[in-house]
Design a protein around this ligand. Structure first.
Ligand code: C6P
Length: 411
């Protein structure tokens, strides 16, 4: 079997990320906050610069050369996304601001149509707020009920409980592919199959999956899948909602405005075909350029190699921190990706983050926008180191040294 170092040439890849070579407080930056946002390689930055220096114009409107170029590049980006997640058709790819908007779109359009008083929406205990609150808003509006599938102490979804909660009133299931706070990889294929056997559609929040593993929406057979560009080495402000055409075609628009119409009179408006029906207004065109470049970059490395490398690094990190006295890992699922959440006995996570920051180490501390999950574990917060393919064992060693310093100061 190949060692982690042989799978990827990480030192070479790191050179593509200008931000990683900087020093913070005179120390080499160790960036371990990739679940919050990932860093951007030069080709992504250059693609966005290309839009602003060569092609800057509006799309789908102009007859001039710049607009035609930008329109082609933006629509090529859509095809690139389609291929990246193996969607059957490019028109099933809707550009949104990010995962949050993708979920709000489904709740606000599909949800409004299909959920009524007394109906149920099923999520899990490990969801990010953006896969809780849009459904709560919908439930309040419709008099529906939010049901929550529980997890065990390792942070794994209890599949039997999940199955029991799939009832005659369940109108949609919405679950994370990978938990941002625990790293748990959910068995989404099985989750979808169980829901579909009862004709219940499924939305997958793929924000933390897409940067770490190959996603194939046809293989998952999910009805909706959404993710953010900025967590997959692309720009902030652009993301993707994949939806099966059979749903998207029937769904009402989410927002009204330019580009989403076919014709407008004061009496009546008819809507554009999908995906444009869901893309009102001028989109983040430079974001499309950057996202396409991020996909090219990931494709060139290979998602399998990335997954394998990160798996090795997570195992190394898990072993390395296990020797630290008073450290408890939160989230010990058998299937995990890229996230190491932990607490240190008697030390507040914010203090951990502050001391590590002084060592040049960037992690996230807090509830990670998953407050109900923190409640489940009876803790207010965790410290979270989250990995990307450009992280190294040396950086994990730095983290361990930093944590020993935290204990010296606060322990
Ligand atoms: N999680 C984190 O530090 P947006 O903000 O729309 O790009 O993504 C929201 C979102 C949805 N689902 C999951 C599983 C997520 O992890 C996130 C974003 C970041 O964990 C910022 S809170």
């Amino acid at each position: 079997m190949k060692t982690a170092r042989e799978v990827l040439d990480v030192p070479a890849l790191r050179k593509d990320f200008p931000i990683l070579s900087q020093k913070v407080y005179g120390k080499r930056l160790v960036y371990l906050d990739n679940a919050a946002t990932s860093q951007k390689p030069r080709p992504v930055i250059e693609a966005m610069e290309r839009f602003y220096t060569q092609d800057c114009s509006n799309i789908h409107r102009g007859v001039h050369a710049l607009s035609e170029r930008a329109t082609r590049a933006y629509e090529d980006a859509r095809i690139k996304v389609q291929q990246f997640v193996n969607a059957p058709e490019a028109r099933e790819i809707i550009f949104v601001r990010g995962t949050t908007e993708g979920i709000n779109l489904v709740a606000g359009s599909f949800g409004r149509e299909h959920v009524g008083a007394g109906d149920e929406i099923l999520i899990s205990e490990m969801e990010h707020h953006s896969n809780i609150v849009p459904w709560q808003i919908l439930c309040e509006e419709k008099g529906a009920r939010l049901r929550v599938a529980p997890i065990n102490d390792r942070g794994e979804l209890l599949m039997e409980e999940y199955e029991k909660l799939l009832g005659p009133r369940t109108r949609i299931v919405a679950v994370a592919h990978v938990s941002n706070a625990l790293g748990t990889v959910n068995p989404v294929r099985e989750i979808v199959a169980l829901a579909h056997s009862r004709n219940i559609p499924v939305l997958i929040d793929g924000a933390q999956a897409v940067p770490h593993r190959k996603v194939d929406v046809q293989d998952l057979d999910c009805d909706f899948f959404t993710f953010s560009g900025h967590k997959m080495f692309g720009p902030t402000g652009v993301g993707v909602l994949y939806g099966k055409a059979q749903h998207l075609e029937k769904m009402p628009p989410y927002q009204g405005g330019g580009d989403m119409i076919s014709s407008v009179t004061f009496e009546k408006t008819t809507y554009n075909k999908i995906p444009y029906k869901f893309e009102a207004g001028t989109p983040y065109i430079a974001g499309g350029y950057g996202l396409a470049a991020a996909i090219d970059y990931l494709d060139a490395i290979g998602m399998e190699a990335i997954g394998e490398y990160e798996h090795g690094l997570l195992e190394y990190a898990t072993r390395a921190v296990s020797g630290i006295p008073g450290l408890e890992i939160i989230g010990t699922a058998k299937e995990k990706a890229g996230v190491l959440s932990f607490t240190l006995d008697g030390i507040h996570p914010h203090d951990i983050g502050t001391i590590l920051d002084q060592e040049g180490i960037a992690i996230r501390t807090g509830h990670h926008c998953a407050q109900p999950l923190m409640d489940r574990f009876g803790i207010p917060a965790t410290a979270r180191a989250s990995l990307a393919f450009y992280n190294t064992k040396e950086e994990i060693d730095q983290l361990v040294l930093g944590l020993r310093k935290v204990i010296e100061v606060f322990g």
